[in-house]
Write a protein that binds this ligand. Sequence first.
Ligand code: 13P
Length: 249
Amino acid sequence: MVGNWKMHGRISDNATLLTEVAAGASALQKGVRVGVCVPCPYLAQSQALLSGSVVQWGIQDVSAHSGGAFTGEVAAEMAADFGVTYAIVGHSERRAYHRESPELVASKAQRAIEAGLTPIVCVGETLEERQAGTTEQIIGTQLDAVLAILTEEQAAGIVVAYEPVWAIGTGKTARPGQAQDVHAFLRHKLLEKGASVASVPLLYGGSVKPENAEELFGQKDIDGGLIGGASLKSKDFLAICRAAQTVTH
Ligand code: 13P
């Protein structure tokens, strides 16, 4: 279960949220892994407050380069200096607002792996693409670009998140069956890369709330969630984490 804080947080408020999440997560069953992806300036604070807890921390994007004259960019190795576990790559907000192509996202995933981070590769279709019947083509292209440049061993170490763009921050969640259909498609694509790749965690993201979490996580190929808005409130985020532990599949 991974929280994506997006561009939210202030140093004065983060301490409470991080401490509460760490305390609540310690009471979860061991099978439930919890992480929070925070804005870069708060990686040091996350490291200070979460080290020794069961909660991992992550970054929301990394550069496709490993260093050099790229003003404003942050290299995966730099994040690794702060004990980071996860690097979200290809979030739909980056694909849309920063025109990130499937190939660029793939390079970012590769840089993350080289730095010892676990990339959380986000894929998802817009409402227009869904209505045009091109969901599988769109997310297939997004995932294929990543799988094409990774070895089977590298691919087996990634996390994939399906986030339908029309469900992000809109309060409109995909119906559990709708999400499961896409997850089954993704699982099949991963299997084509290799048997060991088929078991990578597949997260669902898009308006996950305490009220809908259990039904979503109950789907066969939904292994967890990438949580936006609800990860900013410890009570809601922990309730979602607890919903995951009631599910067995
Ligand atoms: P919301 O949970 O706010 O819809 O955001 C989902 C998301 O984009 C997580 O990466």
